[in-house]
Design a protein around this ligand. Structure first.
Ligand SMILES: Nc1ncnc2c1ncn2[C@@H]1O[C@H](COP(=O)(O)OP(=O)(O)OP(=O)(O)O)[C@@H](O)[C@H]1O
Ligand SMILES: [Mg+2]
Length: 442
């Protein structure tokens, strides 16, 4: 089409082509703005969906605490933000499209009539040639308009396309499966922060736990204990440093390699709205009834399960809402007992249990963990006293890593934490042996 225009009158054609780059630049400009607004919509929608999810899960707590109005205001806030940015996104999109339409039907026409008329008056061209030229130019710029509109729509959709590519790339870059042989844990210069957080949640953590050792991690709330547990199980990726298990960097192997070796009982038990049996099958899909019953006995939950209408086939609610906090913990411990692990991490996973239940479970755990590596994020003195080493975290920094006895004598942070968190337990010690092992506190 451009060649036909050039053949009719190359001078008018060259002058009129000026609108092609102008159109591309303008469409790029509005397209860029549309895309940016599209990215914001995506982010806001993700936050909005997370908010909705949390509300559906915790609706009972919201009702009990009379938070309906506050939640409704927040919902409104989400709607307002999404509506505002959606309006901006559509405004930019249609500004780009309207610009193309306006350029094709008005500006270029005006320009050609003006320049063409001038050429005819000056005798450089003829009326007949000009009329044919105008007709072809209309078709030519119609194509440019279609391309511009497609570009605008493409820019608008590119946010979604890029997300899909991101996911496909993740799949393509899947790490290789590797069987981890050894059980030693070696952590070097580990650094981590959550997205959007300014400061490091864990700063330069280095330590080693040898096969069969028991490590207790202590520290005030928010010091980074659960974050460290997640890093040790490759649930999150560090921004710096390495976690090696049996000499293998767990962030270089695929997501199936680590759970084979390490089991974690998380601070907040993850249970699904399925039967108890199906929740346990997640740890071992081919477990027999006898195995399921045995691990439930070990976790002191089978007596309760027997009282349920369908025993192991009773459906527990979303996130286990039909279970108490302690029952959820015991069920997730039963699941861990079912697994074949060499390393186990307990993140305050017996915190909701009474002393009797906790002691029973710890006794079972000890018999199962002989010769295996165990890391306990400790809330009870008894756990600490039974460990080979204690790590003290303070604001994401490892301030001490030593035996309990050495720490009592030398470490101020530990001493402070100990006096605050565990001294009551010492005073009401379950066993007199605590006093013998910790003579400094009385
Ligand atoms: N998903 C998250 N996104 C952003 N920040 C987070 C997230 N999870 C935890 N944090 C922040 O990271 C820091 C460490 O949290 P972490 O849960 O590791 O602490 P903790 O020592 O386990 O505390 P607690 O004893 O209360 O369980 C805290 O400041 C917390 O607010
Ligand atoms: Mg925690």
């Amino acid at each position: 089409m451009a060649l036909i225009l050039l053949s009719y009158d190359w001078r008018i054609a060259l002058l009129s082509f000026i609108f092609v780059p102008i159109s591309i630049i303008t469409v790029n400009f509005w397209g860029g703005k549309t895309k940016k607004a599209g990215e914001e919509i995506w982010e806001l929608q993700t936050k909005y969906e997370t908010f909705l999810h949390a509300n559906f899960q915790n609706w009972k707590d919201i009702k009990i605490n009379n938070l309906e109005e506050a939640q409704f205001d927040e919902l409104n806030g989400h709607y307002k933000k999404i509506s505002r940015i959606w309006f901006i996104n559509q405004l930019y999109l249609h500004l780009g499209i309207t610009y193309s339409f306006f350029t094709k039907n008005f500006i270029t026409q005006l320009f050609i009539y003006f320049i063409g008329g001038l050429f005819v008056i000056k005798g450089y061209s003829e009326v007949g040639v000009l009329l044919v030229f105008i007709s072809f130019y209309g078709q030519f710029f119609g194509c440019i308009e279609s391309i511009s509109n497609s570009m605008m729509n493409f820019k608008n959709d590119s946010v979604k396309i890029e997300k899909v590519i991101e996911i496909l790339n993740l799949e393509a870059g899947k790490k290789p499966y590797k069987h981890i042989e050894g059980t030693d844990i070696n952590v070097e210069n580990l650094k981590f922060t959550y997205e959007g957080k300014d400061s490091l949640v864990l700063d330069d953590i280095s330590f080693t736990v040898s096969k069969g050792e028991h490590l207790a991690i202590v520290g005030e709330s928010g010091s980074g204990k659960s974050t460290l547990a997640k890093l040790l199980t490759a649930q999150i990726k560090p921004q710096g440093g390495t976690v090696r298990i049996g000499g293998i960097d767990i962030n270089t192997v695929n997501s199936e390699s680590v759970p084979e070796k390490v089991s974690i009982v998380a601070q907040e038990p993850v249970l699904f709205n399925m039967t108890i049996r199906e929740n346990l099958f997640l740890a071992k899909a081919d477990a027999t009834d006898a195995e399921l019953i045995e691990c439930c006995h070990r976790a002191s939950i089978y007596d309760f399960i027997e009282t349920l209408p369908n025993i192991l086939d009773t459906i527990i609610g979303e996130k286990g809402v039909k279970l108490s906090g302690g029952q959820k913990q015991r069920l997730s411990i039963a699941r861990a007992f079912l697994q074949d692990w060499d390393i186990i991490i307990f993140d305050e996973s017996t915190s909701a249990l009474d002393n009797e239940n906790e002691n029973d479970i710890i006794t079972e755990l000890k018999s199962l963990s002989a010769g295996k590596t165990m890391i306990s994020i400790a809330h009870r003195l008894s756990t600490i006293l039974d460990c080979d080493k204690v790590m003290v975290l303070k604001d994401g920094v490892m301030v001490a890593f030593d035996t309990h006895e050495n720490l009592c004598n030398r470490n101020e942070t530990y001493d402070f934490l100990f006096q605050n968190q565990y001294s009551k337990e010492v005073n009401h010690a379950v066993s007199k042996s605590y006093y013998n092992r910790y003579p400094a506190v009385n």
